[in-house]
Structure formats: C-alpha cells, structure tokens
Design a protein around this ligand. Structure first.
Ligand code: FES
Ligand code: ZN
Ligand code: ZN
Length: 315
C-alpha cells in the first residue's frame, strides 16, 4: 500500500477514505481533520484560551498534542477520580506528557478536595459508576474552566464515541439528549463553551497518532466501564463499519447536517429556571445541585471557597 500523497510506503490504511498514508502525511491528515472541525463548527480562535480535559488516554493526549501543534493556547486539566491504580496510571501519563512538552497541567482530585471517590460515590448514591463519574467530571470541568478564565473547554470525544452515543440516543429516542448532541455547546451563565474537536477522527487514528508521536498513553480502559451499554453500542457500530466503511462518519455527520436541527426544541433545560446552588454556587434548577447532593450522600463535603466562581443571577 502506498501513501495517497507522496506514494511512499504507507503505515496506515483508512478504509473510509479509501487511502493509505505514510507517517508524515498521516500526521498532517489528522491535524487537517481537527483544523477542519474547528473551522466547520466555529469552535474557537487562536486568541482563545483552551482547557483540554485529559485522562491519560490516547484521545485526550492526542487532542492536546494536536491543538498545541496547530498553535492554539491549550492547557490540560486532569481530575483524579480515585479509581485505584487506574487513576494513578492515568495521572502519571498526563503529567509525563505535560512535562515532556513543557505544557501546563491543572490538577484537581475528587478524594483530596471533596472527600469521596467514584466507586464510593456511585455506591452511596446508588448510581452506575459511569453516571456518578460523568456528573462529577462535568461539574468540576465546568467549574475549573470558568474559575481559570478559559474561553473554552475541549474534550477528546472522537467519532467512535459520538457515533455510539448517537446510536444509543436514537435507539431509545432520548430527544432531549439528541437536542444537545453537538460538537459545540455555547457558553451560558455559569457554564463554559464546550467543544469536541476530534469528531472527524476515529479511535484507531488517535492510537496511531500517539504511536507515531511517541506519546505514552494508558491503554487500559476504565475498569468501572466494563460491560456498560456505551461499549455495546461501539461494538455494534464497529461491525457495521467493518462491512461498510464510512458508515459511522455518515451516521454522525449526517445527523448533524440533516437531523440535529429538528431536535432543538426538545431541549428541556431552560436557563431562566436556573439559580445558584446554595452550597457551591453552580447553576441548578433546584436548591442544591446534583453534584453537591452526590458529595453529601457519599459522605464528603464541598469546600466553601469554590462557590463564588460560577455566578448566575439569583431568581
Ligand atoms: Fe468515569 Fe470510568 S472514567 S467511571
Ligand atoms: Zn506520504
Ligand atoms: Zn452545588
């Protein structure tokens, strides 16, 4: 197989593009795809300060690397979740990457700061670990981005992730989630702008990026995620993709182009109904936000000093 660009030896074949690439042109292809997503969805500009949520896995470290290569001002953010050795290894991978490249990594930790970890919190709240984890991440990511004065929060969700989430949302017709399944969510009072610049690239490409760039990422997936529905949707889509390359891309990007608009009206959360959480100050429809309720049930506590950073107008 030859590189589509220079006809040199190819190291990777992308069946959905019906093309092979040599290392140099594969890296260029990835950078171009990210640049294209940023432009197509109007994600951010070189003047914006970007906070990249990193987990030590291939997607988030590749994203941080690519954004830096493209000349954006991107700092990393690592949140310790207290998931045993998995969390320790993911923290070390994130720190090592930042150190090697002289980049700034902001770090926070659920156990150190809030007194609970994801396995304990999920158990106490009788929630699936990924749901307690997702909620905690969203809360602390938003808070950190706003407190640090960042213009935008970027996550490493790739095409495989987004197609699998879309598949699940369509299977069960979660219209309110379909309404928010966008590669860009605009900033609202108390919430930063959120973007997913990897929506044009798949998991395999991100792993290849890391190998070619000598990025030492943690290969293992989170142990708490084993057996969850999201992974089953991914596997189902992988089978479809295997038989019909390009299906994932068409499914997800076709949704954005042709169908997403139709679900906008299903969005339930109306900003007018949000007020500051009485404990932490984050916008919430109730008296106390879902994160603070989780912290309380898990037997932890919310430090008082964090409240002032996410102001919304009281009702
Ligand atoms: Fe959140 Fe695994 S990373 S439950
Ligand atoms: Zn080439
Ligand atoms: Zn709160």
């Amino acid at each position: 197989m030859k590189c589509r660009v220079c006809r040199g030896g190819a190291v990777i074949e992308l069946r959905r593009h019906n093309a092979g690439f040599c290392p140099e042109h594969f890296l260029r292809f990835c950078r171009d795809q990210v640049a294209k997503a940023i432009a197509e969805f109007d994600m951010f500009t070189p003047e914006d300060r970007v906070l990249v949520a990193v987990s030590g896995g291939k997607d988030s470290l590749a994203l941080w690397d690519i954004l830096t290569e493209l000349g954006y001002q991107a700092d990393g953010f690592y949140l310790g979740l207290g998931i045993g050795e998995y969390s320790e290894r993911s923290a070390s991978a994130s720190r090592a990457f930042a150190e090697q490249r002289g980049l700034t990594l902001v770090e926070r930790s659920l156990p150190d700061e809030f007194g609970f970890d994801v396995p304990g919190g999920a158990k106490a709240a009788k929630r699936a670990p990924c749901s307690a984890c997702g909620m905690s991440k969203r809360h602390v990511f938003d808070e950190t981005a706003i407190a640090g004065g960042y213009d935008v929060l970027a996550t490493g969700h790739n095409l495989d992730d987004e197609a699998a989430v879309l598949f699940g949302n369509v299977l069960h017709w979660h219209t309110e989630y379909l309404a928010r399944q966008q590669p860009v969510l605009a900033a609202r009072p108390g919430f930063p702008r959120k973007v997913k610049p990897l929506v044009r690239l798949g998991e395999r490409e991100m792993a290849a990026w890391c190998v070619l760039r000598s990025i030492d990422y943690i290969v293992e997936e989170c142990p708490m995620a084993a057996g969850n529905r999201h992974l089953a949707y991914k596997e189902a889509l992988n089978e479809v993709e295997e038989r019909s390359p390009g299906s994932k891309f068409d499914f997800y990007h076709g949704f954005l182009r042709r169908a997403a608009e139709g679900f906008r009206h299903s969005e339930q959360v109306d900003d007018v109904d949000l007020q500051p959480c009485s404990t932490c100050g984050a916008p919430t429809p109730g008296e106390v936000c879902a994160f603070c309720r989780l912290v309380e049930r898990a037997g932890g506590s919310v430090p008082v000093t964090l409240g002032a950073t996410r102001q919304v107008e009281p009702r």
